[in-house]
Ligand binder design. Structure first.
Ligand SMILES: *Cc1c(COP(=O)(O)O)cnc(C)c1O
Length: 305
């Protein structure tokens, strides 16, 4: 008998639910809004973090997983939680050596409580993390590991996210997702059926995301896959930046639709969709699925309220 896959042992809620959202800002343009609730896939590995990690954990086959992230990385948290739940070692390489001398923030404290070994590096080393010499140094310290890139986005992850696209076949004309590294968009677009389109809303500024998505699709699928585009207007100043207007929008969306709205990614995507609908960017009769890729972190939300 083969060992159960990480997928089956963690009992993810797949396919994730699709819910209609009755919203007059869309309805008055003849647009139907659906919420694709990837945030409900797993309590500790929500959303795209599940879809990206599951194939990487299968490849690791129980070996320790070494990965990378900033001090508030959802990906580090999800990896640490998976290690606790499935019983494998995790090493998190964290950007910022000054953090080593301070009390851990709640996000990193949770990683440590889940058994993740935290390894702090200065910013220059972090930038050079894919350099063979830097990687070799880490593997010398921690032994044989499955190395998963920052944000969990590699070819396996993009293929994992193609499942999201397949779940949306026949469900919507447009599927929208917030983008950090672009791994989720790369897979989503590849999984959709011909005639469906994927919209990516980058939450970082810089305009590098198109190239990142094309690179990931080359490695995962051998070339361009699916019909996708980016709208780069809605980063609200960049990663982890928010504005009062964005918070007010998110709070209002929560009140209208009764779902918690994560502020750093999901709120920006929902704001973008609402703006596009109001600009008349979607022809009447269009059905748009907003992919809810994660949910708010309790500590982060309460401190920002
Ligand atoms: C990590 C994350 C994303 C970004 O996914 P990428 O594949 O890196 O583009 C989007 N939404 C949420 C809630 C996330 O945690």
């Amino acid at each position: 008998m083969s060992a159960p896959s990480p997928e089956s042992r963690l009992r993810p809620l797949l396919p994730s639910p699709v819910q209609p959202a009755d919203d007059e800002r869309f309805a008055r343009h003849g647009v139907t809004l659906l919420l694709k609730r990837d945030d409900l896939i797993h309590p500790d590995l929500p959303g795209n973090k599940w879809r990206k990690l599951a194939p990487n954990l299968a490849a690791a086959a129980g070996r320790p997983v070494l990965t990378f992230g900033g001090a508030y990385s959802n990906h580090l948290r999800a990896t640490a939680a998976a290690g606790r739940l499935l019983g494998f070692r995790t090493i998190g390489v964290v950007r910022g050596d000054e953090l080593a001398d301070r009390p851990l923030n709640p996000s990193l404290a949770r990683c440590a409580a889940d058994g993740m070994r935290l390894h702090f590096v200065d910013r220059a080393t972090y930038r050079a993390k894919t350099d063979p010499a830097v990687l070799a140094g880490l593997l010398e310290l921690y032994g044989d590991c499955e190395v998963v890139p920052e944000g969990g986005s590699n070819a396996l992850a993009a293929r994992g996210c193609a499942g999201l696209g397949r779940e949306l076949r026949g469900v919507a004309d447009v599927a929208a997702v917030a983008c950090g590294t672009g791994g989720t968009l790369a897979g989503l677009a590849a999984g959709l059926a011909p005639g469906q389109r994927a919209l990516g809303v980058p939450v970082l500024r810089g305009g590098f995301l198109g190239e990142a998505v094309r690179g990931l699709q080359r490695r995962a699928f051998g070339g361009p896959a699916g019909d996708w585009w980016l709208d780069e207007r809605f980063h609200f100043g960049g990663y982890a930046r928010t504005t009062l207007e964005l918070h007010a929008f998110a709070k209002d969306f929560e009140d209208r639709h009764g779902l918690p709205v994560e502020r750093l990614y999901v709120a920006k995507m929902l704001y973008a969709l609402t703006a596009l609908a109001e600009e008349g960017a979607f022809p009447a009769g269009t059905t748009v699925a907003a992919v809810i890729t994660g949910r708010p972190d309790e500590e982060a939300q309460s401190s920002s309220r």
